[in-house]
Design a protein around this ligand. Structure first.
Ligand code: GLU
Length: 553
């Protein structure tokens, strides 16, 4: 019985003429140097921060080279799929504005000419290539049961020999086609295995984009190509898909490095051109005991991409952070190019971490603070409206009701050379500005943080004197400050720190004690943005009302 007859017996209705696929999915017509990458998750329903980093880098390099970035759903392993798992992934990518050029758009739709982009829809493509390999004697059906394979492994362990289905251990490799035919006709269950032409004594070299040269033994394992459910295993699907989808750069987790000899072998026997590979380090975090561990979906809320959306951390800030951890020279570049769009940054795979990237939320928040501080007040306002629309309806109503007022509040110490850096996220802002709204100020239980001056009579007399004698609607900041100084003189406080430090006993206190009293009376807090601006925005009426509250409750 010939290989062709065996192939026809296994796949009676499949054509092994794979040239139709080569024609259907031609080389992409892109400019020289354009990079084609993909994000290839299983439909687990959510994107882990580590995978998001890979997706982001893949998209970044593809888009910046005028290439293509696509989303392929790898759902051939039922255990890693959940219902509506594609929807969750697409939402996470959308929330992060990681735009795909091609691929799955929903559970059922997709765009692009290189699809289907969901592996379970590509069954006949895999079958066609599998059939071709059977015909060429490079693949064969394996009838070993799980029990037989277990027994084989035990024997290998016992003999302390390499584990796996290879060489003389590969029982079904040496069956004759007649024997195979008989078993199939008897209804015996089987899978398809590669008849590996590799030799474990020889070396294969991976020229990794991130890690440079890695030498490994050739693959001699007869790996599974097609499982008993008719769908391929990762290795076979990866090679066929990335070839037919004309991927130029495969960026994936470092856990796949050891599979490279299998992939390289498959590319070679299928006569496909190998893509470039970059294996990205695992995203780690410092754990409670100071050690490093993998960022965990179960233990770390920040591992889920949805966390950033819920917290209102700006996407662009997260992207800046991802670039910071992805490329060691990005931070320095950003310092010098703060107003340049980040797509001008030249990504360098060699500057990626090999040993695992450390994920540090504190640092991310810091980047976010800097990022938000550089936005215009109107931009912060618009983003805050969007955020609160979803997460704080009440505050949303307030800021919409007092739109211009809110923009003015957000503009305090902004749009200047060294802007104030208070907010790390949109969920933070209310905590910083709530006191500017009477609706909140009057409602909540206020906790006045008076400092050095905490005697009620003294506080009252400072507030009264300020309002009656020194307050004016029309003062500019300089005049306002001069008046504060005069008030200090009148009350026996030093109007500058130098005088106070030289002769503290000559004074009741100093000018900051006085401004602190006014600040706390108006906001309850001892630290706020510029007091002059706060006073100006609140206006005399509200100053009076707030001063009157002191000592009443
Ligand atoms: N589906 C594989 C995974 O989730 C993708 C690896 C790859 O990008 O090739 O790990």
């Amino acid at each position: 019985m010939t290989n062709k007859e065996l192939a026809d017996l296994i796949y009676p209705n499949v054509s092994s003429d794979v040239s139709i696929y080569e024609k259907k999915y031609p080389e992409r017509n892109l400019k020289e140097g354009a990079i084609v990458t993909r994000f290839a998750p299983s439909p687990t329903g959510f994107v882990h921060m580590g995978s998001l980093c890979t997706a982001f880098v893949s998209q970044f390099v593809a888009t910046n080279s005028d290439g293509v970035f696509f989303l392929r759903i790898e759902d051939t392993d039922g255990k890693r799929s959940v219902e509506n798992g594609i929807t969750g992934i697409i939402k996470d990518l959308n929330d992060f504005e990681i735009k795909i050029d091609e691929g799955a758009l929903s559970e059922t739709e997709s765009i692009g000419n290189y699809g289907p982009y969901i592996q379970s829809d590509r069954k006949e493509i895999y079958e066609s290539f599998a059939k071709k390999l059977i015909e060429e004697g490079l693949a064969y059906p394996c009838f070993c049961t799980a029990q037989e394979l277990d027994m084989m492994r035990e024997k290998q362990e016992h003999k302390k020999t390499r584990i796996g289905y290879y060489g003389n251990w590969a029982k079904c490799r040496n069956l004759t086609n007649e024997e195979r035919c008989e078993k199939i006709k008897n209804g015996e269950k089987f899978i398809l295995r590669l008849k590996s032409p590799g030799n474990f004594e020889r070396k294969v070299i991976l020229n990794d984009l991130v890690r440079g040269k890695i030498e490994m033994p050739e693959n001699d394992i007869d790996v599974v190509l097609i499982k008993s459910d008719g769908l391929p295993l990762y290795h076979f699907a990866h090679v066929i898909d990335d070839h037919l989808m004309r991927t130029t750069h495969v960026l994936r987790g470092e856990e796949w490095i050891s599979s490279y000899p299998i992939h390289s072998q498959l590319f070679s026997i299928l006569k496909f051109k190998e893509p470039k590979y970059g294996h990205l380090g695992v995203v780690m975090k410092i754990d409670e005991n100071g050690g490093k561990r993998k960022l965990s979906k179960r233990k770390d809320p920040e591992a889920a991409v949805s966390y950033y959306h819920e917290k209102g951390i700006p996407i662009d800030a997260v992207k800046l952070y991802l670039l910071t951890i992805a490329n060691s020279n990005f931070e320095a570049w950003l310092d010098c190019n703060i107003n340049t769009p980040i797509n001008q940054f030249k990504f360098d795979f060699k500057k990626m971490s090999e040993s695992g990237t450390l994920f540090d939320v504190e640092k991310l928040l810091n980047i976010s603070k800097n990022y938000i501080s550089r936005l215009k007040a109107v931009e912060v306002y618009d983003n805050l409206v969007k955020y609160t629309e979803e997460y704080d309806k009440e505050f949303n109503n307030l800021i919409k009701q007092y739109k211009d007022y809110t923009i003015n509040i957000l503009n305090i110490e902004r749009e200047q050379k060294k802007p104030r850096k208070d907010y790390a996220s949109y969920s933070d802002i209310k905590n910083h500005i709530w006191y500017m709204y009477d609706e909140i100020f009057n409602e909540i239980k206020r906790d006045y943080q008076f400092q050095k001056i905490n005697n009620l009579n003294e506080i009252k007399s400072i507030l009264e004197l300020y309002l009656d004698k020194y307050y004016s609607d029309t003062d500019d900041k300089e005049l306002w400050f001069d008046k504060m100084k005069s008030m200090c003189d009148e009350l026996g406080y030093a109007n500058n720190m130098k005088d106070y430090k030289e002769n503290p006993d000559n004074f009741k206190g100093n000018i900051t004690d006085i401004t602190t009293v006014i600040r706390v009376a108006l906001t309850t807090k001892s630290i706020t943005p510029d007091l002059y601006e706060i006073i100006k925005l609140l206006g005399k009426e509200r100053l009076k009302k707030r001063f009157d509250l002191i000592g009443v409750e």
